[in-house]
Write a protein that binds this ligand. Structure first.
Ligand code: HEC
Length: 122
């Protein structure tokens, strides 16, 4: 009876033959989605070029939390997370008002802004 288990192995062999990938599709190189360019500005300068100040200020809660509040809640290890939040937008952390997305911002610039915001810690 134990020999029956071996039949399962045979079906694995059949599957390994049926892979068909990378055929005709690759011939026309599609240009990769262009990443937003990073600037040479510092974090606070980048913030000035964007709409952030319409919803955030350093020490007063407006539509969004103040930078001091954000700095009090997060630390250096959250830079990556907050940078994605600036680019992709989001809601639910501070209330139900959503934060708008900023797809024109590069990851590097977003991180610089986060570093500036975190440096506002009281
Ligand atoms: C339309 C108003 C609005 C604009 C514009 C805006 N924010 Fe926000 N932001 C918010 C709101 C509302 C929240 C809280 C979202 C939440 O509760 O998850 C927030 C949250 C944040 C947070 C904290 C995210 C978290 O998960 O705790 C950071 C950091 C931040 N904003 C940075 C920025 C930066 C930098 C800019 C400019 C590029 C910007 N925001 C522009 C409204 C805005």
């Amino acid at each position: 009876m134990k020999k029956l288990f071996l039949t399962g192995c045979v079906s694995l062999l059949i599957f390994s033959c049926s892979k068909k990938e990378n055929t005709a599709i690759d011939t026309a190189e599609t240009p990769s989605v262009s990443e937003p360019a990073k600037t040479n500005l510092s974090g606070d300068q980048i913030i000035e070029t964007l709409d952030c100040s319409g919803c955030h200020s350093v020490n007063e809660r407006m539509i969004g939390p103040s930078y001091q509040e954000i700095a009090g809640k997060y630390s250096q290890k959250d830079i990556e997370l907050l940078a994605s939040k600036i680019i992709e937008g989001g809601s639910g952390v501070w209330g139900s008002v959503p934060m708008s997305a900023h797809p024109q911002v590069s990851k590097e610039d977003a991180k610089k802004m986060v570093e500036y915001i975190l440096s506002q810690k009281k």
